[in-house]
Design a protein around this ligand. Structure first.
Ligand SMILES: *Cc1c(COP(=O)(O)O)cnc(C)c1O
Length: 554
């Protein structure tokens, strides 16, 4: 279609009438992109192929070169430009172990596409009925999975595990003081999480105006779970000084070590202390952004073992199941479908045991003049921080139907199986390495290496090592980060400088540096483990040798 020699503006849009010509044009453009990515794939490395040089001057040059073209170019040519963005992009091959950065699955992408084809606004069911329907369904499905009463529970899709932690905090404040929405946040409120918690709560207390001085960090146990005795004493301390604990974030699946807090113990500590001081029980949010998907095993029969998982995986599942069955003790929780749910970004679900809590946050009808009236039912999202919302629930719905409970069980069990074999092989092949999260049956294995004669992991967490020894081992591990980093186009490992706090003999608390083997790609199969360990072994030998030489010189 041409008008005055220019393309018709309608060419940029899907057709109005469903004509096959426009559909074919659109499908060709999509096919061009999908084929283009396929042509860049390299299963022997971690990055897509391509020419991109991302040197220090890269962004500066982009900024100076980029201007809006006065006339647009054909979409095929734009697609070529889009594909160039992907050159050298990390891709989830079997060698991708860096962190909880999953691949977007086909059902997840199809759900997003479905949402885009009508572009409904999830703000209001009249604007986005498909998103509203999917959201109500997904909330009920996930409520039943974790053991909430789906007739009473509620929630919404939001911006990440971070958004869920923040949503929980807003509700926590409003539950304690419903007028805080009007007169501002009282200055004696406190929030609690463990030292291994994600920084989401830090940002939330800053943003909500509670202030990070009122965020209390609770000690962790060697398995990275919250030390509940320490929680108890810190709740008491806050209450004794006239403070009000309003919010406890229990991490059910920490981001590095996959430690799981015990919700039964946390709830008991919260209720007892609150009762003793005549305060209401704090709102307890289970930050299950990462770990929540292990609730898919809550009903798995470990005796019958219908999916024939290995004995090692069953053993891991036993510990996971015990703690995940406690999830319904939380007042709210989160499922990050963009993590283990295998959906594209951004797709996280905030789930609330009592939907009625949302009323505390809701705006009055006269404050939302655009929406909310004459809807189909009860659906009205004046309580979300976002105004317009994407219908990511459609992607979640697509995934839950495609994978089913069994599909999630098989995928997650594969991640566990790879870790299990990795741990066995590591122990057998690499004497310099210790596993720094040995008690966490999870999908990530933390690796810490040592020079001969240095005190090992179990001694470090025992609190008897000198600061000098721990710091020297940290330095050695940092060299390993560098070595693995230089070669990350071959295998992409993660690392962290904040695993656990080891007490030194001198009484300092020192975080341990560890490398991270995070299994997240469905293409990482158990058979690959020997090759990975051989690779790691070579890198570790080089690092230890180089480090010893540099020590001898200094
Ligand atoms: C990833 C993560 C978050 C943050 O989630 P986003 O989706 O990145 O906002 C919060 N808590 C935990 C435990 C996480 O693993």
């Amino acid at each position: 279609m041409e008008m005055n020699g220019k393309p018709d503006v309608r060419d940029w849009f899907p057709s109005e009438d469903g004509n096959p010509e426009q559909r074919e044009r659109m499908m060709e453009l999509i096919e061009q992109l999908v084929r283009g990515v396929d042509e860049l794939k390299n299963p022997d490395g971690v990055n897509l192929k391509g020419e991109k040089q991302r040197n220090p001057d890269f962004y500066g040059r982009l900024a100076s070169q980029s201007v809006i073209p006065s006339e647009g170019v054909p979409m095929q040519e734009v697609n070529e430009e889009l594909l160039k963005l992907l050159h050298g992009h990390p891709y989830h091959t079997k060698y991708f172990f860096t962190n909880i950065l999953p691949m977007a699955s086909i059902p997840g992408m199809l759900g997003m596409l479905t949402a885009m084809l009508v572009n409904g606004n999830n703000l209001w069911d009249v604007y986005g009925p498909a998103g509203a329907e999917a959201e109500v369904r997904v909330i009920a499905m996930m409520s039943k999975l974790v053991g909430y009463d789906a007739r009473l529970s509620g929630g919404y899709t939001t911006w990440g595990g971070q958004g869920a932690v923040f949503s929980g905090l807003r509700i926590a404040i409003a539950k304690y003081d419903p007028d805080a929405l009007k007169h501002g946040v009282p200055n004696n409120l406190y929030a609690f999480c463990s030292e291994a918690a994600h920084y989401s709560l830090l940002k939330s207390v800053e943003a909500a105006g509670i202030g990070s001085d009122h965020l209390v960090k609770v000690k962790t146990m060697p398995d990275s779970s919250m030390d509940v005795a320490d929680l108890r004493s810190k709740l008491e301390k806050a209450a004794l000084s006239g403070g009000v604990p309003v919010y406890i974030v229990a991490t059910t699946g920490t981001t590095d070590a996959i430690g799981i807090d015990d919700l039964a113990e946390i709830r008991a500590a919260a209720e007892e202390t609150a009762g003793r001081f005549g305060l209401p029980c704090p709102h307890i949010h289970a930050d299950s952004a990462l770990g929540g998907f292990f609730a898919f095993f809550n009903d798995y029969d470990l005796q019958e073992n219908p999916l024939r998982f290995s004995a090692g995986v069953l053993n891991m599942l036993k510990g996971i199941q015990r703690k995940m069955r406690l999830l319904p003790l939380a007042d709210s929780l989160c499922f990050d479908f963009q993590k283990l749910g295998q959906a594209p970004y951004v797709s996280s679900l905030f789930l609330l045991k009592n939907a009625a809590d949302l009323r505390l946050m809701d705006l009055e009808a006269d404050e939302t003049p655009y929406v909310g009236h004459r809807g189909y039912g009860e659906y009205h999202t004046g309580y979300t921080l976002e105004c317009s919302r994407m219908a990511s629930s459609i992607s979640m719905y697509s995934l839950l139907l495609s994978f089913g409970a069994e599909g999630y069980q098989r995928l997650l069990a594969q991640f566990l199986e790879v870790n299990l074999r990795f741990r066995e092989r590591l122990a057998a092949e690499i004497p310099q390495a210790d596993i720094a999260n040995p008690d966490n049956p999870g999908i990530s294995t933390l690796i810490r290496i040592y020079l001969p004669g240095s005190p090992r992991f179990s001694e470090e967490v025992g609190g008897t090592c000198s600061a000098r020894d721990i710091e020297r081992t940290n330095l050695l591990n940092e060299r390993l980060f560098e070595k693995l980093g230089e070669r990350r186009d071959r295998m992409f490992f993660g690392d962290t400088k904040k695993h656990l706090l080891a007490g030194s003999a001198e009484g300092q608390e020192i975080p341990l540096y560890v490398s991270k083997f995070f299994v997240i790609s469905p293409h990482t199969r158990p058979e690959l483990v020997p090759e990975i360990v051989q690779y790691l072994k070579a890198c570790i030998s080089e690092v230890c040798e180089e480090f010893s030489v540099s020590l001898a010189k200094s």
